[in-house]
Design a protein around this ligand. Structure first.
Ligand code: TA6
Length: 289
């Protein structure tokens, strides 16, 4: 079922299933704010101090980073960090309900303000599909103009964990990564992830290349599988740790304890999208226990 609603004064849409599953999406940023499973458990982290006023990025949920990741500028210095999609107002499109799942699409097209910072024609569509114990977030990008343009993209998913120090992430062993904490000044530096699960004891900010297969986040409250389309070859793992969490104005000092970003992204090799062509990507979260 689809409902229109508000969250902290911001327009939202909500999908729900008869089993009790629910997902809430703000039109500001097409931002998934909450995903609760049939047992009532919230699976995404949303900072209690997040600014949800339509003027700034929202700390938590699933921010959509497009057309650049962080400040990798792709030839234009005008774009804000993580692009403009997460702070733009999107329109609600088609919704369907049946066969045990429900989905809704939101879309974004450029207006004069967006053309002033990124002079390309596009349609960006985010489709959120809710199924029992699963949430799939799908992005479709269409170049509706007459020149090719490059983009990077990330679904910057904040998973909720009970305690980051008792959480682990499986599935990255053997992959190479750029370490944004230790190698900030050497963007070409690469390290290799040892076999076994990744655990957390401080700030982590890494871009893993060539991810394939399922990842699994395990914490005392359960386990969530994270999968993504082949078109999204990179995985970003981010937790600000204690000091940065305390410095972030929209996160409580202990906020870092309760979240882990596992982001499906294409960063290392941006997409060059020819005129008239389309690109498709997705990330899926599935409760394992
Ligand atoms: O995805 C990791 C990252 O790029 C980090 O470097 C950190 O800056 C994080 O995103 C959050 O960025 P934000 O602009 O939302 O504060």
């Amino acid at each position: 079922m689809l409902n229109t609603t508000e969250f902290r004064g911001q327009p939202c849409v909500e999908l729900s299933l008869p089993s009790g599953e629910r997902v809430r999406i703000a039109l500001h940023g097409a931002h998934v704010l909450s995903w609760t499973t049939a047992d009532g458990a919230e699976r995404l982290y949303l900072s209690p101090d997040a600014l949800i006023d339509g003027s700034s990025p929202i700390r938590g949920g699933v921010p959509v980073c497009f057309p650049q990741f962080n400040q990798r500028t792709l030839g234009t210095a005008k774009l804000p960090k993580h692009g403009f999609a997460r702070t733009a107002m999107w329109s609600v499109g088609d919704a369907t309900d049946g066969n045990g799942d429900a989905k809704v699409s939101l879309s974004l097209r450029p207006d004069a303000a967006l053309r002033a910072i990124w002079p390309f024609e596009f349609t960006l569509t985010l489709t959120v599909k809710l199924s029992p114990s699963r949430l799939r977030v799908v992005v479709d990008v269409v170049n509706t103009g007459d020149v090719a343009w490059p983009f990077s993209l990330a679904l910057h998913t904040y998973l909720k964990v009970d305690d980051i120090s008792r959480s682990s992430l499986d599935g990255l062993g053997g992959l190479t990564f750029w370490d944004g904490v230790r190698d900030l000044k050497t963007p070409d530096a690469r390290r290799q992830q040892p076999p076994g699960a990744l655990t957390f004891d401080g700030e982590i900010d890494r871009i893993y290349a060539g991810a394939s297969g399922a990842l699994a986040v395990t914490h005392p409250g359960g386990s969530v599988a994270v999968t993504q389309s082949e078109s999204l070859q990179d995985v970003v793992v981010w937790n600000p740790g204690e000091a940065l969490s305390a410095a972030l104005p929209d996160m409580p000092a202990d906020g870092y304890r309760h979240m882990l970003c596992v982001e499906a992204a294409c960063i290392n090799t941006p997409v060059l999208l020819p005129a008239g062509q389309a690109w498709h990507g997705w990330q899926e979260l599935g409760v394992l226990a």
